[in-house]
Design a protein around this ligand. Structure first.
Ligand code: NAD
Length: 474
């Protein structure tokens, strides 16, 4: 049982001024594993003040110094990799398949950003002017629970590279995980006040960050509904805003695809990270004349997605994060049934023998119409909707008929056809026959079209979210 009672402010762990507490419950067995004391506005303000004071010197550090800080953050996270993974499993329900990817990814974003710094031109002549890219100020970072460490690091890396100081408010559901991250940050020995982290509720600490005049920029990852509230809060002080929001990503299987491979790929895109992934390929678009073949291929691929105890090697889907998320997913499954979609696999209730945790049956709906609620709204659990299309044009129309635009997926045996289709999907990134390796190369941006967000993360695109161009003419 862990008690998290401190925030990380101005280079040290300080007792929370806020006194409200929240229980931390294991999603795998519903037992109490910890308690977090939630910060209040005073805690947020103390962290913002520390960030503001540190900014004066940190904004003037050299590129070499900041590259060194990025390296140290990378090393400090990897030094405790096993512990991060264990706690990710216990507090979040992360499974072996995804834990390593998520934690190593969290470390890697720092090295990738260090690489971006090697070639990024902070100062360049433009006509008669010299244009210098300046750090924007103190950045407020607000993140979700579904890849807690990774999401915070995605934002710390460009902020530090740019010369910004940070106040981070991670999800209150990940307090044990982010406490370890705060300890790693402390180990990395950056100047005091450069990175601060406050536990707290979104409507208290998050709101304070969004509204406070000394925060110049907000980088938010989370749901589209909360993203809109953050943007409204940030409007009064005209903050720069980066939003990484929800998705309902289409996966188009072209008629030339190998359907067994496509089915394996489809379940990976939909069920990875317990189905709690913003980029999940949750709408599978299949040629109508080959629908039966795809159903059979999906049923052949499904046994690999064993749901169970996340501590056990071989478990591919763990529980969803908490009771609220479990109920939400169950409601969507009921909605799918009520709206007339057919269950190919899964359905409501706990999988047999797994009643003790927030486990969901991996669920595949077929005969889904793109107008159904289950095809329009983000479910954020292991639920896949199979939608039949008639022609390629029809597939593209359905794929783009959504308020979201985070990610797209294409399965094909013809890569040039795949590229053409990919370029017609309205989404920030499209994977053709490929899963989850945006981080392999340092410069590839990620982010959303439409209501999936504003701005990008990673590479120079991500870095520039924390910079302002200043033109000096003499
Ligand atoms: P959420 O929107 O409920 O919360 C995200 C963060 O915002 C949390 O830290 C929360 O405390 C805070 N928050 C809540 N209300 C707030 C308010 N009024 N003002 C300021 N902050 C507030 O999201 P979640 O349930 O934690 O995470 C799931 C969502 O995140 C999904 O919609 C998913 O698609 C999205 N997500 C997006 C990406 C991406 O890169 N696009 C990545 C991961 C998750």
């Amino acid at each position: 049982m862990r008690h998290i009672t401190q925030h990380y402010i101005n280079g040290g762990f300080t007792k929370s001024h806020g006194t409200e507490t929240m229980d931390l419950i294991s999603p795998a067995n519903k037992s109490l594993i910890g308690r977090v004391t939630l910060g209040d506005k005073e805690d947020a303000r103390a962290a913002i003040q520390a960030g503001k004071e540190a900014f004066a010197a940190f904004s003037r550090t050299s590129i070499a110094e900041r590259a060194e800080f990025l390296q140290r953050l990378h090393d400090a996270i990897l030094a405790r990799e096993a512990e991060h993974i264990a706690v990710r499993t216990e507090e979040y329900g992360g499974v072996p398949l995804h834990n390593k990817f998520s934690i190593q990814g969290a470390a890697k974003v720092f090295l990738n950003m260090k690489k971006t710094l090697e070639t990024y031109e902070f100062s360049r002549p433009v006509g008669q002017a010299r244009v210098t890219m300046k750090p924007v100020g103190v950045a407020g970072v607000i993140t979700p629970w579904n890849s807690a460490i990774f999401m915070v690091c995605n934002k710390l890396a460009p902020a530090i590279a740019a010369g910004c100081t940070v106040v981070a408010k991670p999800s209150e559901l990940s307090a044990i995980q982010t406490r370890i991250l705060a300890e790693c940050i402390h180990e990395a020995s950056l100047p005091a006040g450069v990175i601060n982290m406050v536990n707290g509720r979104g409507d208290v600490v998050g709101t304070e960050l969004a509204r406070h005049p000394d925060i110049s920029k907000i980088s938010f990852t989370g749901s589209t509904a909360v993203g809109k509230a953050v943007m409204r809060g940030a409007a009064d002080t005209v903050k720069r805003v980066t939003l990484e929001l929800g998705g309902k990503s289409p996966h188009i299987v072209l008629d030339d695809a190998d359907f067994d491979k496509a089915a394996v790929f489809a379940l990976e895109a939909a069920f990875r990270n317990n189905g709690q992934a913003c980029i999940a390929g949750s709408r599978l678009l299949v040629p109508a004349h080959r629908l039966e073949e795809m159903k059979n291929a999906l049923l052949r691929a499904l046994p690999a997605w064993k749901v169970g105890n996340p501590q056990e090697e071989g478990t591919a889907i763990g529980p969803v994060v908490n009771e609220k998320q479990y109920s939400r997913v169950q409601e969507y499954i009921q909605m799918g049934i009520s709206e007339g979609a057919d269950l190919l696999a899964g359905g409501k209730g706990y999988p047999q023998g797994l009643e003790s945790g927030w486990f969901v049956k991996p669920t595949i709906f077929v005969n889904v119409d793109n107008d159904m609620t289950i095809a329009r709204e983000e479910i954020f659990g292991p639920v896949l909707c199979v939608i039949a299309y008639k022609t390629e044009e029809d597939a593209i129309r359905i794929a783009n008929d959504t308020i979201y635009g985070l990610q797209g997926w294409v399965s094909t045996s013809d890569l040039s056809r795949g590229r053409d289709i990919a370029e017609r999907i309205e989404a920030g990134a499209v994977m053709v026959n490929k899963t989850f390796d945006l981080l392999d190369e340092a410069g590839i941006p990620a982010g959303g079209f439409k209501q999936s967000g504003i701005g990008r993360e990673f590479g120079s695109y991500g870095l520039e979210e924390y910079l302002e161009p200043q033109a000096v003419l003499i």
